[in-house]
Design a protein around this ligand. Structure first.
Ligand SMILES: *Cc1c(COP(=O)(O)O)cnc(C)c1O
Length: 399
């Protein structure tokens, strides 16, 4: 039996079967390439689901993690440590918000944002009946709270009853949001660009309209930038492209570039009137190792001028994908922002086999809801990498 066969079989025996994994055993990465245990090379346009922005094997990133491991990995949140200070200051500076709480994942960042919003409303009127408006086709994570605001019945139904007090509106339909607002509404939560749901950017009218509804009714706007934040759209955060600021922003994925870390970030108003000592906590969250990663990620984004690189390079990706879309009559749409792009296929052309075929041909791409091929490469990809990706994509579409 080959080594990869052995690893796959033993993994399936021991790991709970919640994923239908592709039959590949990855071993290492270099730049925008992954290598499996048999030494086969793959061009990566998935980045571990929009996580590894820096490209694999960035020596400075690796050294920062190793240095922190040698100093201390964990202390708990009962004490201060310098990586926390540094990481927090960088998150604050870049988001333009005021206070951050570090979590271990994206879902936990959503949990924290939900709690902060509920507490904010509770402190105002002392009532326990506050509601959150979320969007259909959204994705906010798999924990019970995050799942409760995820507008996908396939994910939700087996686990009901979920957290109460959630209503769903249609993304990019302002009137459907307005119709749900009443004096119990404490927050509106949405992804600035819906990722998992099929790569749908918010329209400017919608995002500005929701911001206005929130301002007029003292409702907190929670923007989930877990996937679309951290430079992915060619802006530090996707909402920057709209000139809209949330009251609470959630981050994860590229925030630690692979070290499991998320965050919810609050503006002055939300921070001053919500969670207090005793209200929220985490044993690991924001530990020295995670914070060293966050801190170095921000430094490297600056040093590599990654946001500008995405801005400069993404139009080429869009152009090439538009050309592909024009060639195949079963590609019905190309949409996205920056390095978060989707090609939508018609219903009679399921996306799964295309993704599997691409992998066979040495290209990692992702799928997203609504029959969409999702492109979320490491942010360091160049026009040359994109030019190499296109023929492999076409081969996979042909098959
Ligand atoms: C991935 C994702 C999450 C959940 O993050 P986890 O780290 O998997 O818990 C939440 N929101 C969005 C928009 C995501 O893309």
């Amino acid at each position: 039996m080959s080594e990869s066969q052995n690893i796959m079989e033993r993994t399936e025996k021991a790991v709970l079967h919640t994923y239908n994994r592709f039959p590949v055993v990855f071993d290492r990465g270099q730049g925008v390439h992954l290598y499996d245990v048999d030494g086969k090379k793959y061009l990566d346009f998935g980045a571990g689901i929009a996580v590894f922005a820096l490209g694999y094997g960035n020596q400075e990133y690796n050294d920062a993690l190793k240095d922190q491991i040698d100093k201390i990995v964990h202390t708990s949140n009962l004490y201060y440590h310098k990586p926390l200070m540094e990481a927090a200051e960088k998150v604050i500076a870049h988001t333009g918000l005021s206070k951050v709480f570090f979590t271990n994942s994206g879902a936990e960042a959503i949990e924290g944002a939900i709690k902060a919003a509920r507490k904010y409303a509770y402190m105002k009127d002392g009532k326990n009946d506050h509601e959150i408006i979320a969007m259909n086709h959204s994705f906010h994570g798999r924990t019970v709270g995050a799942l409760s605001v995820t507008g996908n019945s396939h994910y939700q139904d087996p686990f009901k009853p979920l957290m109460g007090g959630v209503k769903f509106a249609d993304f990019n339909d302002l009137e459907s949001v307005r119709a749900l607002v009443d004096d119990r509404t404490c927050a509106i939560i949405l992804e600035t660009v819906q990722g998992e749901g099929g790569i749908h950017p918010a329209t400017p009218e919608f995002l500005h309209g929701v911001r206005k509804i929130c301002d007029e009714n003292d409702i907190l706007l929670i923007l989930d930038e877990i996937q679309c934040g951290m430079g992915r759209t060619g802006n530090w955060f996707a909402c920057d492209a709209y000139g809209v600021k949330p009251d609470i922003m959630t981050l994860a994925k590229a925030l630690g570039c692979g070290v499991p870390v998320g965050a919810f970030v609050l503006n002055e108003k939300a921070a001053a009137h919500s969670l207090e000592p005793g209200d929220h906590g985490t044993t690991y969250g924001g530990n020295p190792f995670a914070c060293a990663a966050v801190s170095k990620v921000f430094d490297l984004f600056e040093k590599l001028d990654l946001v500008q690189h995405v801005r400069d390079t993404a139009p080429y990706l869009e152009k090439k994908l538009d050309e592909v879309a024009a060639k195949y009559d079963f590609i019905t749409d190309r949409r996205g922002m920056g390095f978060l792009q989707g090609l939508e296929l018609s219903a009679d052309h399921p996306v799964g086999p295309v993704v599997a075929k691409a992998l066979e041909h040495g290209l990692v791409i992702l799928s997203a809801g609504g029959n969409v091929i999702r492109f979320a490469p490491p942010l360091v990809v160049t026009e040359k990498d994109i030019a190499k990706m296109i023929p492999i994509l076409e081969e996979s579409l042909d098959a």
